[in-house]
Design a protein around this ligand. Structure first.
Ligand code: 13P
Length: 284
């Protein structure tokens, strides 16, 4: 199947009250693992890459890998630029035929965030590409961008409504207490805030920083209107666990196919579980 629009996936999820799992891939094996899990679970998935991932390989390289894997799959797969940090990178992703982009202006002032996000949204609309933006700041570290917990700013519901209306974005990432990377204690999500945001914002809502969030909290957030859940750190940990299981047990192994295969299996197992958690299995 050809790559599909993320918006098409999110609208169906919004209507049917489940979430699409969005999984960060760092290499070919992780792309394969995510697609194989999606096919087995009859689930839609979004594969996403951050700026540091596309600096490691390239937009064209990831686009080609995801395109090839999606072509062999019979469930819908979208390719998304995660945390695009400039208008230029978003433009490049659209040029490379990604099917959606995120512009992350969450560290800017409210007005600056609106201005640049609107520019990116206008540009994306002209290319029929979906745009996600962020309001409020999710704590923790993603790529080189780190937000200390004392600087994390929860999303204000009325500002979220104004932001969505003035920018015309297709989906909105909100900050309700999650953080990128590892948590020090158990994260406490602000469900009342999520409920308020959901009442006044009509576009699909996105939860970032889902690695390490208890399953019950993820499920509850989906019940309150989250339509896309982002998982990155847990996939990186799973891949490394698989590779280590081979390399730390046998120092004579030298064929990357052998240890990467185990990394892939661990990622696939994890993605199967996250798809079930999102309730997106058996949707296609
Ligand atoms: P985690 O690394 O906490 O899973 O966050 C993923 C994410 O939000 C990517 O944008």
């Amino acid at each position: 199947m050809a790559l599909v629009s993320s918006l098409e996936l999110l609208r169906k999820a919004q209507k049917e009250k489940y979430a699409v799992g969005a999984f960060n891939a760092e290499n070919m094996e992780m792309v394969q693992a995510i697609v194989e899990a999606a096919v087995e679970m009859r689930a839609p998935v979004i594969i996403q890459t951050t700026p540091s991932t596309v600096a490691y390989a390239s937009l064209a390289m990831f686009r080609a890998m995801v395109f090839a894997a999606a072509n062999e799959a019979d469930v819908p797969i979208a390719l998304h630029l995660d945390h695009g940090d400039s208008l230029e990178l978003c433009r490049e992703a659209v040029g490379a035929k990604y099917t959606s982009v995120m512009y992350d202006g969450s560290k800017l002032s409210f007005e600056e965030n609106i201005n640049i996000t609107k520019n990116v949204a206008d540009f994306c609309r002209a290319s029929a590409i979906q745009i996600e933006a962020e309001l409020g700041t999710v704590g923790g570290k993603e790529d080189s961008h780190e937000v200390k917990s004392e600087d994390a700013l929860y999303t204000n519901p009325m500002q979220a409504k104004e932001f969505a209306e003035r920018t015309g974005v297709d989906s909105l990432a909100i900050a309700i207490g999650t953080a990128h990377g590892f948590y020090k204690g158990e994260p406490k999500l602000d469900f009342e805030r999520l409920e308020e945001i959901h009442k006044v914002v009509s576009v699909p809502l996105v939860l970032h920083g889902a690695s390490g969030v208890p399953d019950e909290a993820v499920k509850k957030s989906i019940g309150f209107g989250i339509c896309k859940v982002n998982f990155a750190t847990e996939l990186r940990v799973a891949f490394t666990k698989g590779v280590n299981a081979i390399l730390l047990n046998d120092n004579k192994v030298y064929d990357p196919k052998k240890y990467n295969k185990q990394g892939k299996e661990e990622v696939k197992k994890l993605v199967v579980n996250k798809i079930k958690l999102c309730g997106s299995n058996n949707k296609y």
